[in-house]
Design a protein around this ligand. Structure first.
Ligand code: KG4
Ligand code: ZN
Length: 355
């Protein structure tokens, strides 16, 4: 089965063709990051317009790279939630148009399920034999919009349970807001990651406490870490430069990464599941990858990390999650509607404060 995936939930216009086995035949991602950079974050209206401009060429390119015509696909998968409504509508309209004209089945995919299954994607020869996790697994999903731990018993919505999520900022959001505060531009994750590699966290650790407020729970809170960087900058009147900036980035990253690692390991212990899967843009962070690998080796847990391209937003993960729905005989009709909310049940209330 070859499935066309379409993703427009936030600031990437993406299309890909993927088989039911997760083999990526093509994967096109057009980032809008330059359009949003001057504003230091995603502007919904700009996102919708940019998706509308890019969607047809991006889909054409994905089909062409896979050597296919629209009629050759066995189904069309599209991100229907969660995301920006106006942005989601662009992908949904394109997907419905294609499904209508080709007569191929349509399925909506929850973006978070896409991230959780991205580890199964096979990109080229290098990944053909890469090990994949058995079910159940514990997944740490950390992106710009979401940060949560899940227990995944099977690749379908009803078999995925949230164990805990962030009560305030997502991890990627904390990276982005901190980078903005330090004058490092948008998106901040990759820049902070790069600077942190040359910094010494111990030299700035007093400026950034560890966000361990609710040590026993599987919930996260990152707004405090961001606030402490803000206070550090305010006290000095301007952001640090040179080595001091690198040290501050290293301390910030160590704090966020330390919490993500501790809670993921705790989730694996609580659920008695010996494997952890990473997903989402923050899983591209080299510090997180390294610390998670160390912790898993120490705790005798097996770690599965998707390739960089599979961590950040892409349509290949949507095509794959959609292929599994199609293979299970599931279909959506042309009335499929977007939603700002995930379909996964949530246990953490946002903004509820620390218990
Ligand atoms: O999954 P993603 O592409 O989009 C969302 O669904 O949000 O994640 C984007 C987020 C941004 O906040 C970005 O700063 C962060 O992932 N990110 C990183 C790194 N690369 C991307 N954060 C830390 N280190 C990185 N290397
Ligand atoms: Zn995402």
């Amino acid at each position: 089965m070859r499935v066309l995936g379409i993703e427009t939930s936030c600031d990437e216009t993406a299309a890909a063709v993927v088989t039911e086995a997760g083999v990526v035949l093509s994967d096109v991602v057009r980032s809008q990051v330059e359009a949003h950079a001057p504003y230091g974050g995603v502007v919904p209206e700009i996102a919708s317009r940019d998706h509308a401009r890019a969607i047809v060429p991006v889909i054409r390119e994905a089909l062409a790279r896979a050597g296919m015509q629209p009629g050759d696909v066995d189904g069309i998968a599209v991100t229907s939630r969660p995301g920006l409504l106006g942005a989601l509508l662009v992908g949904l309209s394109a997907a419905k148009g294609l499904a209508f004209t080709t007569g191929k089945p349509l399925v909506g995919v929850d973006h978070l399920v896409g991230h959780l299954l991205a580890v199964f994607l096979r990109r080229g020869e290098a990944e053909a034999e890469a090990p994949v996790p058995a079910y159940p697994f514990i997944a740490l999903l950390a992106s710009g919009g979401h940060t949560a731990l899940y227990r995944v018993d099977a690749p379908r919505l009803s078999a995925i349970r949230e164990l805990g999520a962030t009560r305030d900022d997502a991890a990627g959001e904390a990276f982005d807001k901190t980078a903005k505060l330090l004058g490092l531009g948008y998106p901040g994750g990759p820049v902070v990651d790069r600077l942190a590699a040359t910094g010494d966290a111990s030299r700035a650790k007093d400026a950034v406490p560890r966000s361990m407020a609710h040590r026993e729970s599987l919930e996260f809170s990152f707004s405090g870490v961001k606030a402490s960087v803000m206070r550090h900058v305010a006290t000095r009147g301007k952001p640090p430069e040179g080595q001091a900036l690198a040290d501050l980035c290293a301390a910030f990253q160590a704090s966020v990464v330390g919490t993500l690692v501790d809670k993921a390991v705790r989730a694996a212990k609580v659920e008695a599941v010996p494997r952890i899967v990473l997903g989402g843009g923050v899983a591209a962070n080299r510090g997180l990858r390294a610390k998670m690998a160390e912790a898993c080796a120490r705790q005798k847990l097996t770690l599965f990390v998707p390739s960089f391209a599979s961590c950040t937003d892409n349509a290949a993960m949507i095509a794959y999650a959609g292929a599994l729905r199609l293979a299970a005989g599931e279909r959506d009709d042309l009335g499929l509607e977007p939603s700002t909310k995930t379909a996964l049940p949530r246990v953490t209330r946002k903004g509820a404060g620390i218990r």
